[in-house]
Design a protein around this ligand. Structure first.
Ligand code: KG4
Ligand code: ZN
Length: 353
């Protein structure tokens, strides 16, 4: 729990940047009063998120979710201290729905509005009360591992981020999803691939480990995906033996875990002032990856903070929390702030205090 902050009222947060429609209410001290996430199932048949379908689904579901979280929190909109919404990066149609809805509430109830950067929301989640011993004090290293992002970020403060390294081709979650598709798994591939890998032998197939041992902490996954494609190519649709598929999944997951651990080790060396390594994003749900990162953190003598899985994948608690962190610093946004499909963390740059 933070001290020294003027007591703020509860805050409503909305998330709609991709295919999760989510709303949450936090108390002014960061206590979660209510949260709701609806993961859109409408995209599975297309093997990826269809932006137009996502935007329409956000429009259909957001009002109900907001009503639900306000009811659970026992609050009317007028009792809130602020409204925050993901305003980028992400799919513009969905961002417009969430931001527009949040602005409407802020305007009607006369509340401050915070345009939250979705990546900043992932970056600050570890600071929610009770998640990290001592409250995840700045500075720390963030590994953002999601379907759209794969980055090592130095988190120096709210609005103060330095990109230490990132992917030069696919994001890690994207690699899981593409390999899942090659193996005939349902979309999104990550969770299904982890389940399949549990039946496989990670040592049978030695997949490449791109950039392992190289200087810096950039990532590359497209060569690894190509190596899987070559393994699968000789088999017509559906003819890959189940055990082979499991061994490929396990070998792929082992290669990704080794690469992530190596890159994280390099990032920690680039940021000796960090006492903490935080993982965020949907891929942080993967048990093998968590274990590999825990080992590297222990080796380097830093604490690993991996928020509970529901707070690693896209959610509105993190958006409300980022909004609260900004409100505490007096950082609000005008109602004509435009959502941004591209919004790198480095562009948030606030001068050092
Ligand atoms: O952060 P997230 O919910 O959405 C964004 O991309 O912003 O992350 C979704 C990504 C997908 O690529 C999904 O396949 C991956 O996270 N993912 C996993 C696991 N659970 C979700 N990847 C590997 N193992 C998992 N258990
Ligand atoms: Zn995300």
């Amino acid at each position: 729990m933070q001290s020294g902050h003027p007591q703020l009222g509860p805050i409503l947060g909305l998330e709609s940047s991709c295919d999760e429609t989510a709303a949450a209410v936090l108390g002014g001290d960061g206590t979660i009063l209510a949260e709701a996430v609806l993961s859109q199932q409408d995209h599975a048949a297309f093997g990826g998120v269809v932006p137009e379908i996502a935007a329409r689904a956000h429009l259909a579901h957001m009002p109900g979710l907001v009503r639900q979280v306000l009811r659970t929190a026992g609050l009317e909109a007028g009792a809130l201290g602020g409204v925050a919404a993901s305003c980028g990066p992400g799919l513009i149609g969905g961002l417009i729905v969430g931001a527009g809805f949040a602005k409407g509430i802020a305007l009607a109830a006369g509340l401050p509005f915070v345009a939250v950067n979705h990546l900043e929301a992932h970056a600050l989640t570890a600071r929610l009360p009770g998640l990290a011993p001592g409250g995840a004090a700045f500075p720390y290293l963030l590994l953002l591992l999601s379907g759209g992002h794969c980055q090592c970020v130095a988190v120096d403060g709210v609005g103060r981020y330095r990109l230490l390294g990132g992917t030069i081709d696919d994001a890690v979650g994207e690699a899981f999803d593409k390999v899942g598709k090659l193996l005939g798994l349902p979309w999104p591939g990550g969770p299904a691939l982890e389940r399949l890998a549990a039946q496989g032998d990670p040592a049978r197939i030695a997949f490449p480990r791109p950039l392992l041992g190289r200087a810096g902490c950039d990532f590359s996954f497209s060569g690894l995906k190509t190596a899987v494609a070559q393994r699968v190519a000789p088999y017509p649709d559906g003819a890959l033996p189940v055990q082979d598929a499991a061994d490929i999944a396990a070998g792929f997951q082992a290669a990704v875990s080794a690469v992530l651990a190596d890159r994280a080790g390099h990032a920690l060396a680039m940021m000796p002032e960090a006492g903490l390594m935080v993982v965020a994003g949907g891929v942080a749900a993967n048990g093998a990856i968590r274990a590999a990162l825990a080992a590297v953190a222990a080796q380097r003598g830093v604490e690993l903070v991996a928020p509970p899985i529901r707070l690693c994948t896209d959610n509105a608690v993190m958006v409300a929390w980022a909004g609260l962190e900004r409100l505490r610093l007096g950082l609000t946004d005008s109602l004509d702030t435009a959502p941004r499909p591209r919004w790198p963390l480095a562009e948030l740059a606030r001068p050092a205090a």
